[in-house]
Design a binder for this molecule. Structure first.
Ligand SMILES: Nc1nc2c(ncn2[C@@H]2O[C@H](COP(=O)(O)OP(=O)(O)OP(=O)(O)O)[C@@H](O)[C@H]2O)c(=O)[nH]1
Ligand SMILES: [Mg+2]
Length: 321
């Protein structure tokens, strides 16, 4: 049974955060339903319209073309002539496309009783600091002792911004003077975390993109420091990507992926875009799991990525939702 039938038969209850956070994207992809309804037969024109909507939702040209091939294949295979029956194939195949031969685990690497270190990287303004604040709150709510390390010593105001989040989440922060070498802040912060038996350390880094070589050098220096203090690398290095920046934005983030060992993606501002298809583009482009999505600006608006909730949120009108 495909995911479509499961949703349909279970009359799945909608996750409110996904429902609200995806309302803009639902308007774009939701127009698929109207297009399917307004056609009596399946024609090349209908396929062109579907393709246009998917590209407009930022699924990415390559992924869309791949998807369209699958859709046409399945239509022939299943002998479908009523356009509305394509709904089921669309939903099932988007699901399959995301899962394709992949690490789909979206939960975060975490070992109770250990010092768990998470590093956040990405282009400036993508939502690194905000996501750290939200995650700190999550970890704290799960009874962890949490420390934020202010290793963005570059941008004016960055340390203060992290302090505000530390207060909101009611967690500790380790900071030094602006302009200090980020690796030395990380070293001292981690030493403190080790001695004071913290469970979780979240490291904020600067988002500037100067040039690739110096970015690489700086990020590998940070990792060496983490290795040295903890005897292992970070549990996760999370690449933070802004969903509203579209295909160009995600291309920029590629530099970070090349510069360091990224283990997963946090996709922020999904609530601010009608182009929620970017989830599939990232998967296709980076072959990285999306671990969390930002669905708003409140401290509780960062949720574990769940492909089923995502697809249900996008296509709820297919299910009469
Ligand atoms: N609507 C919405 N806004 C978000 C989300 N995540 C972050 N933002 C906003 O995005 C803006 C930038 O966020 P920051 O956390 O400062 O981004 P950053 O990556 O730390 O930026 P730099 O430190 O300059 O590199 C802020 O105004 C946040 O409120 C989200 O999921 N939804
Ligand atoms: Mg920041």
């Amino acid at each position: 049974m495909g995911i479509f039938s499961i949703f349909k038969s279970k009359k799945k209850k909608q996750n409110e955060k996904y429902n609200l956070g995806l309302h803009k994207s639902r308007q774009t992809l939701g127009s698929l339903k109207k297009v399917l309804e307004s056609n009596n037969t399946i024609t090349d024109d209908l396929y062109d319209e579907i393709e246009e909507i998917l590209i407009g939702a930022d699924i990415g040209v390559d992924t869309t073309l791949k998807f369209m091939e699958i859709l046409k294949e399945q239509q022939i295979l299943k002998n479908i002539s009523n356009p509305l029956e394509l709904q089921e194939i669309i939903v099932d195949e988007i699901f399959n496309l995301y899962l394709e031969g992949e690490i789909v685990r979206s939960d975060i690497n975490y070992v109770k009783g250990n010092l768990n270190v998470y590093m956040f990287v990405g282009v400036n303004g993508t939502g690194k600091t905000t996501s750290i604040g939200k995650l700190a709150y999550k970890f704290k709510s799960d009874s962890n002792k949490v420390l934020l390390i202010a290793a963005d010593t570059f941008r004016a105001g960055a340390i203060e911004q992290l302090e505000v989040w530390a207060k909101r989440a009611n967690v500790s922060i380790f900071k030094k003077e602006p302009g200090t070498d980020p690796s030395s802040v990380i070293y001292d912060g981690l030493m403190m975390a080790k001695h004071e038996a913290y469970d979780v350390v979240l490291i904020d880094t600067a988002g500037r993109l100067h040039n690739k070589v110096s970015l690489m050098n700086e990020l590998s220096k940070m990792r060496r420091v983490i290795d040295k203090v903890t005897g292992k690398g970070p549990e996760e290095t999370l690449l933070v990507i802004d969903a509203t920046t579209g295909q160009n934005g995600i291309k920029q983030a590629e530099i970070f992926k090349e510069a360091t060992d990224v283990t997963g993606v946090i996709l922020t501002k999904l609530d601010g875009t009608a182009k929620g298809g970017i989830v599939l583009a990232i998967k296709n482009l980076y072959q990285l799991p999306i671990k969390f999505v930002g669905l708003g600006e409140k401290i509780t608006d960062l949720v574990l990525f769940d492909i089923e909730e995502y697809i249900y949120g996008l296509f709820s009108d297919f299910f009469g939702g």
